[in-house]
Design a protein around this ligand. Structure first.
Ligand code: PEP
Ligand code: MN
Length: 344
């Protein structure tokens, strides 16, 4: 449930509410809007008398049960946008953050060259998979720890924070040691133990939408991470299964404004996996920014024709640079900043 304070309620009343919540063994989450403070009560099985007791505290306007199945992820519970800071990069603020890099880390030259190229065009985070979930066990499955070390080297050289996927609970400490952000892939969206372990890692987490997950299931998966006390969760729409093989997935662009309405968590769009075709990436990146995405994650490769994974959807350095030159116009139209312009 949430406790809504009256406009401009004094700190003393807010502290009293928090004190009562904690005394009952629950946790309190305070979100301060321009006018009102809303205090979320984290716990299970509240009894009616407790709600009445909170409602009687001076300057409490209302005590409202959270009706959504997902509670911590809901905007009802936390009306103010969650902002996540990774080094100098801020997700969920006025900047639209672009993360870019190859699908897989293949070798030192490939990842370092790509890191410099995407940085020069305005990317703020470097992506690259070291543990790759592949449909066939005979495909390239990543360089594992060697790939993590190469990502760390690219970060050292370029200053870009890195994001990479973690596939198993056992690998969470290793990946968290090297990576600034943990990526949970679409295939693992409902691996609940992995979600909880990432929650306990204390690292920011990017949670991709499952291949055929509903938006409610996706938000409930985020709940598993939040429930561990880790509020640094971003959601990533990467397309869902459809009947039409013309594109790799069906990009559910509606999810972007819908998630922003239902949740306070930042929403990232992945037009690379959503479309599977490099020439569809820029238009859908533009559409994502127009729809209110807080960030993009884009696959870029020095030589897509020879990529060990996801070549057909990877942008060349030139195509990435072109996209990054076009995006600020869209960002500006919706009151956001992006790319190199975000420095201004
Ligand atoms: C990836 O980012 O390379 C990836 C495997 O993504 P997804 O989990 O969305 O398929
Ligand atoms: Mn990929």
């Amino acid at each position: 449930m949430i406790v809504v304070m009256r406009p401009k309620a004094p700190l003393q009343s807010i502290n009293e509410v928090v004190g009562r919540i904690e005394k009952q063994g629950f946790r309190a989450n305070i979100s301060g809007g321009d006018q009102r403070t809303v205090i979320g009560v984290i716990g299970t099985s509240f009894y009616a008398e407790f709600a009445d007791m909170l409602a009687a505290i001076p300057n409490v306007e209302a005590v409202i049960p959270v009706t959504r199945k997902y509670k911590l992820a809901s905007r009802e519970f936390n009306p103010v946008d969650t902002v996540i800071r990774v080094g100098d990069v801020t997700f969920g603020g006025s900047e639209v953050v672009v993360m870019a890099g190859p699908c897989s880390v293949e070798n030192e030259r490939q990842i370092i060259e790509t890191a410099y190229a995407v940085r020069a065009s305005g990317a703020k985070v470097l992506r690259g998979g070291a543990f790759k979930p592949r449909t066939s066990p005979y495909m390239f499955r990543g360089l594992a720890e060697e790939g993590l070390k190469l990502l760390a080297k690219a970060r050292e050289e370029t200053g870009l924070p890195v994001i990479t996927e973690v596939m198993t609970t056992a690998d969470v400490p290793l990946v968290a040691h090297y990576s600034d952000i943990l990526q949970i892939g679409a295939r693992n969206m409902q691996n609940y133990q992995l979600l909880e372990e990432c929650g306990r890692s204390g690292r920011p987490v990017l949670l991709k939408r499952g291949l055929s997950a509903t938006i409610e299931e996706w938000l409930l998966s985020a709940e598993y991470i939040l429930n561990q006390g880790n509020w640094q969760v971003m959601l990533c729409e990467r397309g869902i299964r459809s009947y039409d093989p013309m594109t790799r997935n069906c990009f559910d662009l509606t999810a972007v404004p819908l998630v922003k309405r239902l949740s306070h968590l930042p929403i990232i769009a992945d037009p690379s996996h959503a479309t599977g075709k490099w020439y569809l990436v820029e238009p859908m990146a533009m559409a994502s920014v127009a729809a209110g995405a807080d960030g993009l994650i884009i696959e870029v490769h020095p030589n897509p024709d020879h990529a060990l994974s996801d070549g057909p959807q990877s942008l060349t350095f030139d195509n990435f640079a072109k996209m990054m030159a076009h995006l600020p116009h869209i960002a500006e139209a919706v009151g956001r900043r992006i790319g190199l312009h975000a420095y201004a």
